[in-house]
Ligand binder design. Structure first.
Ligand code: AMP
Length: 220
């Protein structure tokens, strides 16, 4: 497959657990773009117990948004490290304040919005278990571990990410509705928003590639 990459500055929106991570990693692989996930970056900092990690840990555990000034400074610095490569932002911006701040330093040119019904998301997250040391993720009923509650490779305990617990998910979806919906409206107003509807990533993925292939001039 020939992939000719133009300097795409893309961003992917979607409720928590709407499959943003899955779709993003497929985009990264197919179109060779740099992936910048604010959630992953913050979790790395928490893991490393850096100053930023200590500052944001409680917010993540409770499913609350990290303050705008903290995340804007952090993500703008991270973006500046990517030179002359197309990128895909994931998880940032999440508020209109963040979107405006990003627009000032770096206007994006494509916004992909994943639209998955909330009841599908709640069911999906309830069944998600992770092996923390390796990051392996299991989904009961979809890729179920051989022994329930244990990692296939090491046999160690699986846990639910603190922000995957039902109370935290509910909170994250409420925040998404009230705070992030205006971000969608912000980009719709700029004429660069594209919606992709579906229940699963496999249903959404072909729609995403039909949209992106012409932008990347992919010859399959
Ligand atoms: P995610 O993995 O994208 O769902 O992010 C996990 C958590 O990181 C969120 O629930 C927030 O606590 C924090 N976070 C990630 N991105 C942002 C952002 N753009 N603004 C504020 N908080 C964020």
């Amino acid at each position: 497959m020939a992939v000719k990459t133009k300097l795409l500055k893309a961003l992917i929106l979607g409720a928590p657990a709407s499959g943003k991570g899955t779709i993003s990693s497929r985009i990264v692989k197919k179109y060779n773009v740099e992936h910048l996930s604010s959630g992953d970056k913050l979790r790395d900092h928490i893991e490393k117990q850096s100053d930023l990690g200590k500052q944001v840990k409680q917010y993540l555990n409770e499913g609350k948004l990290v303050p705008d000034d903290v995340i804007i400074n952090f993500m703008v610095t991270e973006l500046k490290k990517i030179n002359h490569k197309p990128w895909l932002l994931d998880g940032f911006p999440r508020t209109v304040t963040q979107a405006i701040a990003l627009w000032k330093v770096q206007p994006v040119n494509v916004v992909l919005n994943l639209v998955v019904p909330y009841e599908v998301i709640i069911e999906r997250v309830k069944n998600r278990w992770v092996h923390l040391p390796s990051g392996r993720v299991y989904n009961i009923g979809f890729n179920t571990p051989k022994i329930i509650g244990k990692d296939d490779i090491t046999g160690e305990e699986l846990i639910q990410r603190p922000d995957d617990k039902p109370e935290a998910v509910q909170k994250r979806l409420e925040i998404y509705k009230s705070v992030t919906q205006p971000v969608i409206d912000f980009y719709a107003g700029k004429g660069i928003l594209k919606n992709f509807e579906g229940h699963t990533s496999d249903e959404i993925w072909p729609k995403v590639t039909s949209y992106l292939d012409p932008l990347f001039k992919v010859n399959n």
